[in-house]
Design a binder for this molecule. Structure first.
Ligand code: MSP
Length: 502
């Protein structure tokens, strides 16, 4: 059986349509999923929608659908799913927390935690931001306001069920200490350690005032706090309480991708819940940064929310994912800039990659009748090793830098060899050797590029006369051997990959 790899994105609220921020997390996850498949692993890739949130209920009401909340959720979930499909996302399951499977999993999970003695009844009195659906202490606030929404949190007092989160303080700290890869990147690790040590309290995990959401097992007068239910999606998604065989194979997750805004939930509450339920913890939680758009915070009120579908129609999903992953280093905050997107399109894609492919194929058509010439020696293994290391460490921006270094070197090689001069001088052997090296290098570039820009890579394979399914039926180890491109096979220049834009 092949090795497995299980990765997840956060599940998204459906109170609006996906923005470029949501698409970013999902693009990053898709890139990693594709790379892991390229290594021959059996990949489970989970994304989906977080539907038991008060935010969704409010959005349904605002749309005049308060009597048809489920109908509203169905439509919105379908919209998110369609969006991810149209962006070429290869998730293996799209989970919705209103699914029957999920309710089963939540119930089974709750019972375990309850049996462990980690649920108790108490009175919650404190600060609550309804927009975040999170509790805050005075310490968390900035000038008395929610740090994310800049609004005054409500003071609430309610009888709730509590989860004994603080019971796991030492165990969490020990786990993070012993497994330095658990929270990534490093800056986030310090942040979470400080939170666990100094600020973490038990959390209320039910509400009496809520009408939407999963009822607390055994006490229908309460609904579960949305985060307690939402986090469980990650195990529902691989069969917890419904398909034990699948669950045993895929859990724990190899990678859980989140934005840094929801780090605490994923690196404190979630692992403690798992410890309480006697389940293993995910291997890595990787938090990416937040980005602004053209220097401004993205917000509905500013009207600058970027729709990934519209932008993809203007460019293509490949180009958007290339830009976002190249320009915003995974883990850092950044800025999504329309000007830089355009500049990178013109420079990196049209001038460097597109031009390289076009030139090499034009010369092959001209000098060897569009046939791959006899094999010649070349070297690419060094780049593969660096690329693989970067991909293993989730340094996606570095991996693209490595691919672009190969592209630039290859463009320089053309300038150096001047195949047109070799043709004039009738230096056939040298001309053919040069063309072989160029074509074979394009094949390697296409392979390395595939997780990031699948359509572009597949077009490159086609131009090189390779069949996409056949290419991917071999292992990456055999693909990165030098000299796999078969002499005598036909190539076809076709349309340019990145035509100049008006
Ligand atoms: N439903 C919760 C997550 C539950 S997971 C068990 C939630 N949903 S959300 O719809 O608000 O999506 C949050 C995620 O979207 C962030 O964690 C982040 O991954 C992504 N982003 C949304 N806007 C973003 C930016 N402006 N920049 C980068 N990522 C952003 O929180």
């Amino acid at each position: 059986m092949p090795t497995k790899f299980y990765l997840t994105t956060p599940i998204y609220y459906v109170n609006g349509k996906p923005s470029i921020g949501h698409a970013y997390t999902t693009f990053v996850a898709d890139t990693i999923a594709r790379y892991q498949r390229m290594l021959g692993k059996e990949v489970e890739f989970l994304t989906g929608t977080d539907e038991n949130s008060q935010k969704n209920v409010e959005a349904a009401a605002a749309a005049g659908r308060e009597d048809d909340i489920q109908g509203y959720l169905d439509e919105m979930a379908a919209l998110w799913q369609r969006t991810f499909d149209s962006l070429g996302i290869t998730n293996t399951r799209f989970i919705r927390t209103t699914e029957a499977d999920h309710h089963k999993a939540v119930e089974a999970f709750w019972k375990r935690v309850e049996a462990k003695g980690d649920i108790y009844k108490g009175t919650y009195e404190g600060l609550y931001c309804g927009k975040c659906e999170a509790f805050y202490t005075e310490n968390d606030l900035e000038g008395g306001l929610c740090p994310f929404h800049k609004t005054k949190p409500d003071h609430i007092k309610e009888d709730n069920y509590f989860f004994a989160l603080t019971k796991y303080r030492d165990a969490l700290l020990e786990h993070i200490e012993k497994n330095p890869e658990f929270v990534q990147p490093k800056e986030r690790r310090n942040e979470i350690v400080s939170y666990i040590k100094n600020f973490m309290t038990d959390v209320s995990v039910s509400r009496q005032t809520m009408k939407w959401g999963i009822p607390v097992p055994g006490d229908e007068t309460h609904r579960l706090y949305v985060w307690f239910d939402a986090l469980i999606n990650y195990i529902t998604g691989v069969g917890f309480a419904t398909d034990e065989k699948k669950f045993d194979r895929f859990w724990p997750a190899d990678l859980q991708l989140v934005g840094k805004d929801i780090l605490k939930f994923h690196c404190a509450l979630w692992p403690a819940m798992l410890m309480s339920a006697g389940l293993p913890l995910p291997k890595v939680v990787l938090a990416h940064g937040f980005f602004t758009v053209d220097g401004q915070k993205m917000s509905k009120s500013l009207g600058n929310v970027v729709d990934p579908v519209e932008l993809s129609e203007q460019y293509s999903p490949d180009i958007i994912r290339y830009y976002a992953i190249r320009d915003i280093r995974l883990g850092d905050d950044g800025d999504f800039s329309h000007d830089r997107l355009r500049a990178r399109y013109e420079t990196d894609l049209a001038n460097e990659l597109g031009n390289l492919v076009h030139r090499v194929l034009t010369m092959t058509e001209k000098y060897t009748d569009a046939k791959v010439p006899e094999k010649a020696q070349g070297e690419i293994l060094g780049a593969w090793q660096e690329y693989q290391q970067a991909m293993t460490d989730y340094r996606l921006t570095d991996a693209l830098d490595i691919i672009w270094a190969v592209i630039r070197r290859t463009n320089q090689f053309i300038e150096q060899q001047q195949p047109w001069a070799l043709a004039k001088l009738e230096e056939k052997k040298m001309l053919h050797d040069t063309l072989y090296v160029l074509l074979e290098t394009l094949r390697h570039i296409a392979w390395m590029l595939w997780p990031f820009m699948p359509d572009t890579a597949e077009k490159m394979f086609t131009k090189l006369g390779l069949e996409v399914p056949k290419e991917f039926s071999q292992s990456v180890e055999s693909a990165w051997v030098w000299g796999e491109l078969k002499p005598g096979s036909g190539v076809e220049k076709g349309e340019p990959l990145f035509p100049r834009k008006e």
